[in-house]
Design a protein around this ligand. Structure first.
Ligand SMILES: *[C@@H]1O[C@H](CO)[C@@H](O)[C@H](O)[C@H]1NC(C)=O
Ligand SMILES: *[C@@H]1O[C@H](CO)[C@@H](O)[C@H](O)[C@H]1NC(C)=O
Ligand SMILES: *[C@@H]1O[C@H](CO)[C@@H](O)[C@H](O)[C@H]1NC(C)=O
Ligand SMILES: *[C@@H]1O[C@H](CO)[C@@H](O)[C@H](O)[C@H]1NC(C)=O
Ligand SMILES: *[C@@H]1O[C@H](CO)[C@@H](O)[C@H](O)[C@H]1NC(C)=O
Length: 454
């Protein structure tokens, strides 16, 4: 790990001039400049890897799981959309296309040992954002953004598991990965989110039926409770009768955006639209648990300072999806704008660390840098700050409102079995590294029986 450092910042440091991130949220140019500084800091972790080991689309694999790179490229697609700055587009497009895997559905063989539905979905959601935002298309010979999102959706719809818990997606794709028995909110929420958004783009009702199915299952099984709290997951060994009650910002966010899209597309059907509005308002009320004086924080780990690398990035997604929801369901704007603006300002204050003076830390609730750094910290600040420009953006587009991404309704339906033979024997170490680690600690400690103490 490194801190960002440059000749200029070293000079400022010796001159004793504080080089903290400046942000005036009333001024678009100030927002864009702050976003650029943060994006550059984030990209340092990608571009300054040892060239000997550099693979397009991958962060340092000793520190970051594959999914987080997909999330990061998603934040850079957003960056282009919000700021119009295309400086990083070539890098981003190359990465997004390099990792599609043999079936063009974001299941690259190299990642088999840690590939969960949620991991795959983060890349799929990045591709979906590219389609919605009219991010420049890949060359004709390459898979296209909408088709990639459909490929992820299609491969996951095939995995909808009626054998246990009356439905739902398992966390893991492959039986040999730890966590295969876990059915979790981020996997099902991302599937719901993608279904709703592809439906909006293509106007094909099949996707809305899946979105309804995913929402209904999630609430029926109690992963979302009557107060719209979104819990981490549940387990097929107990037929999903009890929940692991940890709550994360991104789980609320991923369902929020899907619900906003469903509100949008049920326009004209007052009863159904009112139902989605109730759900959206419920999720937003429940999300108050993630704000302290309107500043976002990761309640489950931040106060005790024990967020793992994955969790360090979750605020980015709640920020991203809260902002995006306002485009689909305009009434959401008044419900989130103060929280997002206050959080953006607090995030900017937290970006005054490192030797460059603009490295971002974790705790937006603290006035100065908390000493932590990483891709997640940069991405959190980037998404919440660039989101200040949401009112200035156009779109999201759909097939009949200017969309330019070519789809393929049958893309990516391979992939229910391991994509080819895994390149090496799966070792215990690989298994222990499975996917997004929200619950693995508990599962590991208790031999899978977390519900006995939860
Ligand atoms: C998979 O790993 C091999 C060996 O390190 C590498 O050459 C290749 O570029 C990787 N592919 C992807 C998509 O990451
Ligand atoms: C498992 O849960 C599902 C959904 O709640 C239910 O329909 C099914 O009957 C349950 N199966 C068993 C064996 O209890
Ligand atoms: C649905 O979303 C689109 C895209 O942002 C927007 O143009 C439209 O006004 C929204 N519909 C409603 C009813 O708000
Ligand atoms: C939009 O949908 C129509 C028919 O549903 C299809 O022919 C056309 O190719 C689609 N356009 C894009 C850009 O996906
Ligand atoms: C709608 O989507 C479903 C699911 O992907 C697909 O099977 C069907 O062909 C699509 N219909 C059209 C008209 O594109």
């Amino acid at each position: 790990m490194k801190f960002r450092a440059s000749a200029a910042s070293a000079l400022l440091a010796t001159a004793g001039i504080a080089n903290a991130l400046q942000l005036d949220i009333q001024d678009d140019n100030s927002i864009k400049a702050a976003a650029k500084t943060i994006a550059e800091g984030m990209l340092d972790y990608y571009l300054n890897q040892d060239p000997q080991y550099f693979i397009p689309g991958l962060l340092n694999q000793n520190i970051y799981y594959w999914w987080e790179a997909g999330a990061m490229f998603g934040s850079l697609i957003d960056y282009w959309y919000y700021t119009g700055d295309d400086s990083y587009n070539d890098i981003v497009t190359k990465a997004m296309l390099f990792q599609v895997g043999n079936d063009d559905n974001y299941m690259p063989q190299n990642q088999t040992a840690s590939l969960g539905n949620d991991d795959q979905a983060f890349w799929g959601m990045a591709a979906m954002s590219a389609a919605e935002q009219k991010y420049p298309n890949p060359p004709n010979t390459e898979p296209q953004w909408l088709a990639l999102a459909q490929a992820v959706f299609n491969s996951q719809a095939l995995r909808w598991d009626l054998d246990t818990c009356g439905g739902g997606l398992r966390w893991q794709i492959f039986t040999f990965n730890q966590g295969y028995n876990y059915k979790n909110s981020i996997s099902n929420g991302a599937f719901f989110n993608l279904a709703a958004r592809i439906g909006f783009y293509t106007k094909n009702d099949t996707y809305f039926e899946w979105a309804d199915r995913a929402w209904d299952w999630t609430t029926a099984i109690g992963l979302i409770d009557n107060a719209y709290k979104v819990f981490d997951g549940t387990d097929v060994a107990i037929n999903c009768t009890r929940q692991n009650h940890i709550q994360w910002t991104y789980n609320t966010g991923v369902y929020l955006l899907g619900a906003a899209v469903m509100w949008n597309v049920t326009e004209g059907d007052d009863a159904r639209q009112a139902e989605w509005e109730t759900r959206i308002r419920g999720l937003l009320t429940a999300s108050d648990a993630f704000f302290k004086n309107d500043v976002m924080f990761e309640a489950a780990c931040e106060p005790r300072g024990n967020c793992n690398t994955d969790q360090q990035s979750f605020k980015a997604y709640l920020s991203r999806w809260m902002a995006a929801s306002t485009k689909f369901a305009p009434f959401v704007y008044d419900l989130v704008s103060t929280k997002l603006a206050t959080s953006a300002q607090a995030a900017a204050q937290q970006c005054n660390g490192g030797t460059d003076g603009v490295t971002c830390g974790t705790k937006w609730t603290q006035p100065t840098w908390d000493g932590t750094y990483g891709v997640g910290q940069q991405m959190n600040a980037l998404e919440v700050i660039q989101g200040m420009l949401i009112k200035k953006t156009t779109g999201p587009v759909s097939n009949n409102t200017g969309g330019i991404s070519r789809g393929d309704p049958s893309a990516g339906t391979g992939g229910d079995t391991p994509p080819g033979t895994p390149t090496g024997r799966i070792t215990t170490g690989d298994k222990a590294g499975a996917g997004i680690l929200t619950a693995l600690v508990l599962i590991g400690l208790l031999g899978g029986a977390w519900w006995m103490v939860a």
